[in-house]
Write a protein that binds this ligand. Structure first.
Ligand SMILES: Cc1cc2nc3c(=O)[nH]c(=O)nc-3n(C[C@H](O)[C@H](O)[C@H](O)COP(=O)(O)OP(=O)(O)OC[C@H]3O[C@@H](n4cnc5c(N)ncnc54)[C@H](O)[C@@H]3O)c2cc1C
Ligand code: FES
Length: 228
């Protein structure tokens, strides 16, 4: 697989430092997959991994939060600008195998991959989304989720605490989670108690994204893993 150059369709600020970048890409994308994105020549050296947020009519969208140099450059992209992409990559989730009641649990920008995942699921879906301040990107989920539970420690009108305090794994057949590592660890511990199958989307730093550089940084029982 090689990098290809594509055109920016739109790049919209949706909240504070959160943007949705839409690119003209006609790919089939499995739920939970991502692309390596690069909108610069030499510096920074590495492309940045960003999950697929949505796929619609030949346009693939990415929701991202500005963290450092790479995502700052992405946030300045305009319609018709050129960008290099590698993907879709990552194992993704076999959503057709999931049945029954499914919980999607996100923390902050961990909401990004959940829309494309929700669209590929057949069961009854509940979304638990946690934010530090105001929620974002939730409108589209209304079409695909039976219930949307929002937690925010910083804004009135939502559950004032962590999503892990309002979610009970016993009620679900499958749990899918993406967010800060501490939150995902807690969700996995909770699911273990009831033997509820749980899938986590890890967002550790990575380099090539395709299994070529041994740069994966997730520690697993079988050593360092990540992109493959
Ligand atoms: C498979 C995968 C999917 C991802 N999907 C998304 C997504 O959909 N939306 C999104 O906003 N982000 C996503 N990320 C995280 C995103 O890749 C990083 O935030 C981004 O690479 C930071 O690049 P930067 O140049 O802006 O920041 P840098 O200048 O490289 O770093 C700025 C800060 O961000 C931290 N940082 C750098 N890389 C990561 C990382 N991979 N994870 C967490 N913190 C990091 C650094 O420690 C530093 O504090 C994903 C990461 C992976 C591995
Ligand atoms: S990032 Fe290169 S092998 Fe995973």
């Amino acid at each position: 697989m090689e990098y290809k150059s594509v055109l920016v369709y739109s790049n919209i600020k949706v909240y504070d430092d959160v943007y949705v970048l839409s690119l003209k890409i006609d790919d089939e994308v499995k739920a939970g997959q991502f692309y390596m994105l690069k909108a610069w020549e030499d510096e920074p050296i590495l492309a940045r991994p960003i999950s697929v947020h949505n796929v619609e009519d030949g346009v693939v969208s990415f929701a991202y939060q500005v963290k450092g140099r790479g995502t700052k450059i992405l946030s300045n992209l305009k319609s018709q600008d050129k960008i290099w992409v590698l993907g879709p990559i990552g194992n993704g989730l076999d959503t057709h195998k999931f049945k029954g009641k499914i919980a999607l649990i996100s923390g902050g920008i961990g909401i990004a991959p959940m829309l494309h995942i929700a669209k590929g699921l057949n069961g009854e879906i509940d979304l638990y989304a946690g934010f530090n301040k105001n929620p974002y990107l939730l409108d589209e989920f209304k079409k695909y989720c039976s219930n949307i539970y929002v937690a925010s420690k910083g804004v009135e009108g939502y559950y004032k605490g962590y999503v892990t305090e309002i979610f009970n794994p016993y009620e679900y057949n499958v749990v899918i989670c993406c967010g800060p590592e501490m939150m995902m660890k807690r969700v996995v511990e909770m699911c273990k108690i009831y033997a509820t199958p749980v899938y986590v989307l890890m967002e550790n730093k990575m380099a090539c994204g395709v299994g070529a550089c041994l740069g994966c940084t997730c520690s697993t029982k079988e050593g360092k893993k990540g992109c493959v």
